[in-house]
Design a protein around this ligand. Structure first.
Ligand SMILES: *Cc1c(COP(=O)(O)O)cnc(C)c1O
Length: 415
């Protein structure tokens, strides 16, 4: 197996050489207490000193393979994963931005969520190492993503998912031909079952904050941002947070660049959580982790015990990140503003990041000439129910022009 990387425990900092498939630090995970965030999540590290010979462009030309646990590009799916657009937005609701504002639209991934970045790397690693069945527990997007990526790769996917997940996500999993195991219980139950199944059947596990390669996939967004901003880092990045894996991925990407010496400082990353599910940001810096039951329309960031709490909190603290919570009303309003102003319709979890940006903008002066990015992580078509409170689809008009004219008197044009 590949030796260009090794693992480092995000809790005890012990280094573990690459070799056998490993998920958590054996020492730290043995100390796991019930109802507490997982211990022993591993970080993948590279020989940064050797890599500092290379320019960013050289790394990019090689699809960043030097910084991924995969050796051969041909083991990646034949789908366009990542390489998503970065849109510059000049004004919102008629107000011209006096700073640079960008949307990174990761709903444009093959299965319409950011999760494809992680699935692609896990799947490519599996392919390179002769593994044909991958299992995951998911609240929806990780499962639909793994199902789609495995379909593209000729691999088998087994997905444990709460039966209450949005129908579009369950439908995707079925359509991609994966084995769907709906669980009459929450995500934590699905997670535990998937781990048991991994041990029982010898499958490879993609669970987030368990398989260390998911973060390696997620970090690619930072490389892309750096490239799309012409080798500059953004000043602020707003990231929606549930388990804290995406935000750790964003940090890890920039941290890799920092370690290599390509960048000199980190961007300020703003962790946005739903007010009804803010167990990650609320527990940062606390002596003891206390979980409050989640209640938010943003199902992808509805999390009782954030699986990647320790690593995400560590990054936010170390690199002076900031945190914001937004209400479900803020999320719905942001979702509508975003769609009407930009033509991008996202699911509530992604709209939460934009809501966080709007809130930040209303409270602080965003420095002129600063560049600001909101990470849009999933498509609105994945959860149509969530936005139903925003509007009613009009009743049909009779098929004659007179009725159309009458109808038009009742509608307001524009935004
Ligand atoms: C998974 C997901 C998130 C949150 O990611 P975490 O790693 O759980 O913090 C945000 N938005 C969407 C659309 C997601 O699918």
């Amino acid at each position: 197996m590949n030796q260009k990387y090794s693992y480092q425990c995000s809790d005890c900092s012990k280094q573990i050489p690459a070799g056998e498939i490993i998920y958590l630090c054996p020492d730290c995970s043995a100390k796991q207490l019930p109802n507490q965030p997982p211990l022993g999540v591993l970080k993948v590290i590279y020989d940064y000193k050797a890599l500092s010979e290379l320019s960013f462009r050289e790394l990019e030309e090689n699809n960043f393979l030097q910084l991924l646990p995969v050796n051969d590009q041909k083991n990646f799916p034949n789908l366009r994963v990542g390489k998503t657009p970065l849109y510059k937005i000049d004004s919102i609701d008629g107000q011209v931005n006096d700073f640079e504002f960008y949307l990174k639209d990761d709903s444009q991934n093959p299965t319409f969520s950011f999760k494809d970045r992680a699935s692609a790397v896990v799947s490519a690693f599996a392919k390179e190492n002769g593994i044909d069945t991958i299992v995951a527990a998911s609240t929806g997007n990780a499962g639909s993503s793994l199902a789609g990526i495995c379909a593209a790769q000729g691999q088998k996917a087994v997905i444990f998912i709460p039966s209450t997940a949005p129908k579009a996500k369950l439908t995707q999993i079925m359509m991609y031909g994966a084995t769907l195991i709906p669980v009459a219980g929450n995500y934590d139950k699905a997670f535990d079952l998937s781990i048991e199944a991994t041990k029982r059947f010898g499958w490879y596990n993609r669970n987030t904050a368990y398989n260390p390669f998911t973060i390696e996939g997620k970090k690619t967004v930072s490389f892309e941002l750096f490239s799309q901003l012409k080798e500059h880092i953004p000043d602020y990045i707003f990231v929606p947070v549930g388990d804290g894996v995406i935000i750790s991925g964003v940090y890890k990407g920039f941290e890799d660049l920092l370690e290599i010496g390509i960048i000199k400082k980190m961007p300020v990353i703003i962790a946005v959580q739903a007010a009804g599910s803010c167990n990650l940001v609320e527990n940062i810096g606390k002596e003891e982790f206390v979980s409050t039951p989640s209640d938010t329309i943003a199902d992808s960031i509805s999390v009782d015990i954030p699986r990647n709490f320790h690593m995400a909190a560590g990054y936010i603290t170390k690199y002076h990140g900031q945190t914001i919570t937004v209400s479900d009303d803020d999320i719905l309003r942001a979702s509508s503003i975003l769609a009407k102003n930009t033509g991008i319709f996202t699911e509530p979890a992604a709209a939460a990041a934009f809501a966080g940006f709007l809130d930040y903008k209303s409270r602080y002066l965003i420095p002129k000439s600063s560049s600001n990015v909101v990470l849009l992580t999933g498509s609105g078509l994945k959860d149509l129910n969530a936005v139903q409170p925003l509007f009613e689809i009009p009743l049909p008009v009779s098929p004659d022009m007179h009725s159309v004219e009458d109808f038009l008197k009742t509608v307001k044009f524009g935004i």
